[in-house]
Design a protein around this ligand. Sequence first.
Ligand SMILES: Nc1ncnc2c1ncn2[C@@H]1O[C@H](COP(=O)(O)OP(=O)(O)OP(=O)(O)O)[C@@H](O)[C@H]1O
Length: 201
Amino acid sequence: MPHAPLIVLSGPSGAGKTTVVHRLLERDTLPLRRAVTATSRQKRPGEEDGRDYHFWTPEAFKAAIDAHEMLEHAVVHGKDYYGTPRSEVDLYRADGKGVILVIDVQGAEQIRRLYPGDHLSVFVAPPAEGALVELEKRLLARGDKPESIRKRLETARAEFARAGEFDRQLLNADLDTATRDLETLIREQFHPRGLDRCSTT
Ligand SMILES: Nc1ncnc2c1ncn2[C@@H]1O[C@H](COP(=O)(O)OP(=O)(O)OP(=O)(O)O)[C@@H](O)[C@H]1O
């Protein structure tokens, strides 16, 4: 059986990556799974260990890196570790489940090197006009603290500059439209593999 596709989603914090993927998985129209990545950042209210992220201490994270258990990892926003455990990707793909990786642009670069020609990379962004203001609005609405927002917006400038490195751009202005557009992009990846067994709704 061919491997199911690997989809990499990146983009600035607040672009809506998590929200769009959540909506898409809820639709349940394709055999997909979001890889649960690991982070050393603090858990936000409502987040669950093992569902939203594997929440590890910085020490546990360093140990996993040393044991070569991480596919990719990076220090983001100047302090927090983020990364993907190997166990979250290959086994699922071999089993016919498409894997969605929501990672930062540094992680995406590493995946590009590890899976050349064997993944689709998508840069998620808010509308270009007033993008930083929109990100700030969304992060405020999410309840992020001012200092965290400041760092994320600073990182966002550098991330926007790298949008051209991705295979596709996904505009997340209207959430429903963005969800449908992402579904279309992913379905195109399933089709040649003969794995798109679910129907469009
Ligand atoms: N199209 C949209 N319009 C308005 N608000 C949105 C839209 N998409 C997402 N949001 C809101 O923006 C906030 C940030 O979204 P989300 O947490 O999905 O971003 P993210 O890109 O995953 O960020 P991070 O990289 O920090 O995890 C959330 O409160 C979410 O509800």
